[in-house]
Design a protein around this ligand. Structure first.
Ligand SMILES: [Zn+2]
Ligand SMILES: [Zn+2]
Length: 285
């Protein structure tokens, strides 16, 4: 099969890779219905994260179960499933309190921009939809693999201004006090500083952007009186609820995709997002 491999800055190739096989009895093999390029894929793509060797790409996926290991009981071949970018057992202490992305046995799923992917810890990781979905529902279901679940972990008002202007705008919206809760979704030093300054004393900052160069000033943080809570979203926790909302037509997060390409044009998918011609690219094998 062929899949996406990152060789260096702005060098994504679609090339021959080994077809994944069951390695452990807890694995499942999924035939991908749709995958996509994530904002966080742009960090290594732009060379901001080093790429020591050619690296398969893709951590957002949904598709049909092709084969399961002998210990997998929660899903079966033929079902349509969605999982998080962190495979999790869903039963260790961290999973049980709802932080599956900190599972004691977590494994990153990082090679999903391909026609077939191996998912470890399939019992805990994958959630099946009630039936095989119609084609038009697949983009929305795919967002539950990361972006929608991550948004769910964070919150809801968007201020387009940046820096001081944004802080002033939030203060305006909140009678000069600051917001009860602010989401930080980018991961830069500026966006984190802006988020903290926009929050009222006693309020909370939820941060879900992967931090790059974020440094916190201890004294400013001390006097800001804000709660900081973040990390990779425990997407797995929200999957059953969000699948239900998509399945019943209550939300349509698939609208986030403004470019759809065949998987073999994955390099153009990255380029379009890098150049901001597209917000998010959906890829079909
Ligand atoms: Zn992602
Ligand atoms: Zn766990």
């Amino acid at each position: 099969m062929r899949g996406a491999v990152l060789y260096g800055p702005r060098d994504v190739r679609f090339e021959e890779r080994e077809v994944p096989k069951i390695i452990k009895p807890t694995d499942a093999i999924i035939r991908i219905s749709a995958t996509c390029v994530c904002g966080s894929d742009l960090w290594p793509y732009r060379g901001i994260n080093p790429i020591p060797q050619p690296t398969p790409m893709g951590h957002e996926y949904c598709g049909i179960v092709e084969e399961v290991g002998s210990a997998v009981t929660s899903i079966k071949p033929g079902q349509f499933v969605i999982g998080s970018f962190f495979a999790s057992d869903n039963n260790c202490p961290n999973c049980q309190i709802g932080y599956q992305s900190s599972c004691q046995h977590k494994e990153f799923v990082g090679d999903a921009q391909a026609p077939v992917v191996r998912i470890p810890l399939a019992n805990g990781t994958l959630v099946a939809t009630p039936d095989v979905p119609s084609a038009d529902m697949i983009p929305s279901l795919l967002t539950l693999s990361d972006v929608m679940g991550t948004g769910w972990f964070a919150a809801t008002d968007i201020v387009p201004e940046r820096g001081d202007e944004a802080v002033a705008r939030v203060k305006d919206l909140t009678a000069g006090i600051g917001a009860d809760s602010v989401l930080e979704c980018v991961g830069t030093h500026e966006s984190m500083a802006q988020a903290i300054r926009s929050t009222r004393p006693g309020g909370s900052v939820g941060y879900v952007g992967v931090p790059h160069g974020v440094e916190l000033n201890g004294e400013k943080l001390f006097y800001a009186h804000v709660h900081l809570h973040g990390g990779p979203a425990p997407v797995r926790r929200y999957l059953p609820e969000l699948i239900d909302l998509v399945w019943n037509g209550k939300i349509n997060p698939g609208k986030v995709f403004d470019l759809t390409l065949p998987l073999d044009q994955v390099a153009e998918g990255y380029r379009a997002m890098d150049e901001r011609r597209a917000i998010k690219t959906l890829l079909r094998p």
